[in-house]
Design a protein around this ligand. Structure first.
Ligand code: ADP
Ligand code: ADP
Ligand code: MG
Length: 646
């Protein structure tokens, strides 16, 4: 076994790898960008070294040669790439090999073979693995692709051959939309992957995404069953589970064998995932799955497989990389119970899943779940990397029990300091269609209105926030009121831009009468806790002017700053600003143009996503202040409209 390994990654996965390395007695080395000096993965490592010359991945975690130099200097024998970043970069693997170090993962050759979706499909066809019907040849002529789509039959999916993370993909329902979709898929593919090539596939109806975890030693491979990742938003996974609901032993055997065949066909070493698309109409059938792609790395959702098999996949990665043979044979592997994973992100769901940033003033997970997180309370979600806060993983003897545990774990998760998708995840965990196990990748889109609805605030939430604001929760209140006379006090709070006032008559240290609009609510202390009306006071945390009430997945109120009011009055609708740092993809506005409220004026790419910036009112474009390709800071003015009086 290695004495010391370097982890060429950050966040959750870097921490995950270090935890296993530590239990195996292997020393760990972290590398970090300028934005990550105080990050959790740096604190967890035995040694840590700065890399690069800036926070952007291209200036830090993607600098393979610099990372290799660190490994050589500090005496690490191997490099674990995590996922994302350099994990599927065969050039990096070549450099690691050339430096005399060990890459904890497959060979450069295996990565190359699976790196492009079209070449991978050809290879899999030859290995006898069923592939999605479609055109994955080298002729990239638009008319030719259009003809191919016709032959396949609509709907079709256009996919960037170099694609990943759901990018460069377009669903085309009708022939007349094909050319426009092809152009936009190509342009997205060039920006994201530097490769415009696409393939065209049959779009599978009622699609389910079921993938096989494989593990190879370079010659032989085993599979660790399937994961169902059908709960997706825009082709990105949201909640994953293992095993797949409705899976038959016949289909599992067929898919497992196909996965093993894929891995053995390329002499695969280490952990990999073979992704299949499954036709979910009419139940799961042994002949109803097709190869989509192979991810030649550890996958984000690997913990659900660990939960049902009892295998530590990172331990296996280290052992096989160090030259050991496969730790278990196929017949020794079995499924125990059911597991779910939910991806908790800093994002504003009602605002179209806008990625968010912020400092986590509070972060707490309940008992009864595994929380794989790359951040701690006090850490910052920066705009530079994936805004994932944590993965919440649960296990249970049956799917129903595990799902109930997921629901409870999400309800008990407390995050303050940024908006999160927690309520959205909770809504999914409680979704009857999901609970029934009969769902496809379209579930989220179909029910988006309900799932992405803004949270509703009830009077007792306002009281809870106000009690914190006036420091009326603590047993021995230091607020200095007198006990012998009722004292009326008032407080203003803001909820999503709307300010309201509450009054309270403090009757004693154990009893308060609150006035919320026309409603009167009595808060009484019972033992060590408070009851508001008939409900127990939820957990409340306050950080400066921000108060989060942990009911309904966290409701954050602000204490208005009186000094702020004037500045905000009249809200500036003249200037369209970047809501976060990012890359200006397109400017659609032109000076002099007449626009109406809601028109798209610019598109900003930030944190894996594109965001359309819309006109806040009707008007005329006065000035365009940024150009496509500009890297802008949060708050940067992009487009200015003429003053309404101009
Ligand atoms: P997965 O099935 O593992 O989610 P994806 O194709 O969605 O696969 O993403 C590939 C991996 O790369 C993910 O694990 C994702 O977190 C990571 N990744 C993608 N973009 C970034 C980024 N900008 N910074 C860090 N990690 C990223
Ligand atoms: P990426 O590299 O971005 O992960 P994939 O090829 O794995 O790309 O596809 C991402 C998602 O798109 C899948 O998980 C699935 O939900 C959907 N998808 C891909 N191919 C098809 C298809 N042929 N029919 C229906 N849905 C598909
Ligand atoms: Mg995929």
């Amino acid at each position: 076994m290695f004495d010391k390994i370097l982890i060429a990654n950050r966040g959750e996965i870097a921490c995950r790898v270090m935890e296993t390395a530590r239990t195996m007695g292997v020393k760990t080395v972290a590398v970090y960008s300028a934005a990550d000096r105080d990050a959790k993965h740096v604190a967890l490592a035995d040694e840590a070294y700065p890399i690069g010359h800036g926070p952007a991945p291209a200036d830090s975690y993607l600098l393979g040669d610099e990372i290799i130099a660190v490994a050589l200097t500090c005496g690490a024998q191997a490099i674990h790439p995590g996922y994302g970043f350099l994990s599927e970069n065969p050039g990096f693997v070549d450099s690691v090999d050339a430096a005399g170090l060990c890459f904890i993962g497959p060979s450069a050759e295996a990565i190359r073979k699976m790196g492009l979706k079209d070449a991978a499909k050809v290879l899999m066809e030859k290995a006898g693995v069923p592939v999605v019907p479609g055109y994955h040849g080298s002729n990239q002529d638009s008319e030719h692709l259009f003809g191919a789509a016709d032959g396949i039959g609509y709907p079709v999916l256009i996919k960037a051959v170099a694609g990943g993370g759901g990018k460069g993909m377009r669903l085309v329902e009708r022939a007349e939309d094909f050319m426009a979709a092809l152009e936009s898929a190509r342009s997205e593919a060039i920006t994201a992957f530097g490769n415009p090539d696409v393939l065209v596939e049959k779009y599978i109806q009622r699609p389910r995404h079921i993938e096989i975890q494989v593990f190879g030693d370079g010659t032989r491979a085993v599979h660790l069953f399937e994961r169902d990742c059908s709960l997706q938003r825009r082709h990105q996974k949201v909640i994953e589970e293992a095993p797949a609901p409705g899976m038959t032993s016949e289909m599992r055997a067929a898919m497992g064998q196909a996965g093993v065949r894929a891995a053995e066909a390329i002499g695969y070493k280490g952990a990999g995932t073979v992704e299949f698309i499954v036709d979910g109409s009419g139940g799961l059938r042994a002949d109803g799955f097709w190869f989509m792609e192979m991810n030649t790395r550890l996958q984000v959702e690997h913990p659900v497989t660990e939960a049902i098999t009892g295998v530590d996949l990172v331990e296996w990665q280290l052992r096989v990389a160090a030259g050991e043979s496969l730790p278990m044979q196929q017949e020794d592997l079995a499924i125990n119970g059911h597991a779910f994973e939910a991806r908790l992100y800093a994002e504003d769901v009602p605002k179209g899943f806008l990625p968010a940033t912020g400092t986590l003033t509070h972060l707490q997970f309940p008992d009864g779940c595994r929380a794989d997180s790359g951040v701690r309370a006090g850490d910052t979600i920066s705009p530079w990397y994936d805004p994932m806060i944590s993965k919440v993983i649960v296990h249970g003897p049956t799917r129903a029990v595990a799902l109930a545990r997921l629901g409870r774990a999400l309800e008990g998760t407390e995050v303050a300091g940024t908006v999160t998708n927690l309520a959205f995840l909770g809504g999914l965990a409680a979704h009857p269609g999901f609970a029934g196990g009969d769902f496809d990748t379209g579930l989220i889109a179909r029910d988006l209105d309900v799932l992405a609805a803004a949270p509703v605030v009830a009077p007792h939430h306002k009281v809870a926030a106000a009690m914190s604001a006036l420091d009326l929760i603590r047993p021995l209140s230091h607020s200095g009121f007198t006990l012998w006379a009722p004292l009326r006090r008032a407080v203003s709070l803001t909820w999503q831009g709307e300010t309201f006032e509450l009054q309270v008559d403090v009757e004693s240290s154990d009893r308060q009468i609150w006035h919320v609009g026309d409603e009167e609510i009595v808060a009484t202390r019972c033992g060590i806790g408070w009851t508001i009306g008939s409900r127990p006071l939820p957990d409340v945390v306050q950080s400066n002017r921000s108060i989060t009430v942990f009911d309904g997945y966290g409701l954050t109120f602000e204490l208005p700053d009186p000094l702020d009011r004037d500045a905000k009055a009249g809200g500036d609708t003249n200037v369209i600003v970047a809501p976060m740092p990012g890359l200006v993809k397109v400017i659609l506005a032109v000076a002099g143009q007449v626009v109406v409220e809601g028109d798209r004026l610019a598109v900003l790419e930030a944190m894996k996503m594109e965001h359309a910036l819309l006109a806040a009112r009707d008007g005329v474009v006065a000035e365009v202040l940024a150009a496509a390709g500009d890297q802008v800071e949060a708050g940067a003015a992009l487009v200015r409209l003429q003053e309404e009086s101009e």
